[in-house]
Design a protein around this ligand. Structure first.
Ligand SMILES: O=C(O)CCC(=O)C(=O)O
Length: 255
């Protein structure tokens, strides 16, 4: 099994673990190349769903995320990401096999807004289940200058909602408070982060000239069922993809 006992315990106590070099250089390059072509790819409706926003820094319309990418329509990417090692890690962390709930790529391009400190579970996820684990696959270098994420790593959070749904935990950019309870994850291509749906995390605006692409895969327990189709049916109504000419100036946080 890929995770040792200490990693499993750290995840249970702190809600987040980082696995350096989870994907090797060859796989990471392939993943990056898949992402290079996605912004201009012509896809069927609701596949590779793109979301554009107006940058608060430059005023330009920028691609913020692409959602519903890891399906049979991108089988090569899906097979790389949902490798048996991914499945084994999640089985160890959940204590049972996982099912993919949702997926997205956060592009965090130059000029992208902050992702305010939040718990993912606050994004309406209680409607589906009370526990999820997300996996971040780092595609570009994540550094302080290009909006690296910060996570609470003290374990000092509640395993329930700490705000109303759709509300961030605070409006400030990192360093979050108390400072010694958070770490900024400067990470390299191929690194992976597993985190639960209650652990507080966020990132500042990307004020650099470097893109920061990360893939977010979110899973639920097999015993909760396959809710992916229902999640996306709901999402296409509540938060529709758009195109560059209709960029949002979205103030609420979206996960
Ligand atoms: O991409 C980021 O910097 C933050 C995204 C995030 O926290 C989320 O989608 O839950």
């Amino acid at each position: 099994m890929p995770l040792n006992q200490q990693q499993i315990e750290t995840f249970a106590n702190r809600g987040v673990i980082v696995l350096k070099g989870f994907f090797g250089a060859a796989a990471t390059d392939k993943i990056s190349m898949y992402l290079d072509v996605l912004p201009d790819k012509q896809s069927n409706e609701h596949e590779d769903a793109k979301y554009y926003e107006t940058s608060p820094i430059s005023g330009e319309s920028i691609l913020v995320r692409i959602e519903n990418v890891v399906g049979e329509h991108n089988a090569g990417l899906r097979n790389l990401l949902l490798a048996s090692k991914t499945n084994e890690c999640l089985t160890q962390l959940f204590g049972e096999p996982p099912v993919l709930f949702k997926d997205k790529i956060n592009f965090k391009m130059p000029g992208c807004r902050a992702d305010k400190l939040h718990q993912d579970q606050a994004a309406g996820w209680n409607h589906y289940s009370d526990f999820f684990i997300s996996m971040i696959i780092v595609v570009d270098e994540n550094r302080k200058e290009n909006g690296a994420l910060s996570f609470m790593n003290s374990g000092n959070y509640e395993r329930k909602l700490m705000t109303d749904e759709w509300k961030p935990l605070c409006e400030n950019d990192p360093p979050y408070s108390p400072e010694d309870e958070y770490i900024m994850l400067e990470a390299d291509p191929g690194d992976v982060v597993f985190f639960d749906s209650y652990v507080p995390h966020g990132s500042p605006p990307n004020a650099s000239d470097k893109c920061r692409r990360n893939i977010f895969l979110t899973f639920n327990k097999l015993s909760d069922g396959d809710m992916r189709a229902r999640y996306y049916e709901d999402k296409w109504v509540s938060y529709m993809p758009n195109d560059a000419a209709e960029a949002r100036t979205d103030k609420s946080f979206r996960v």
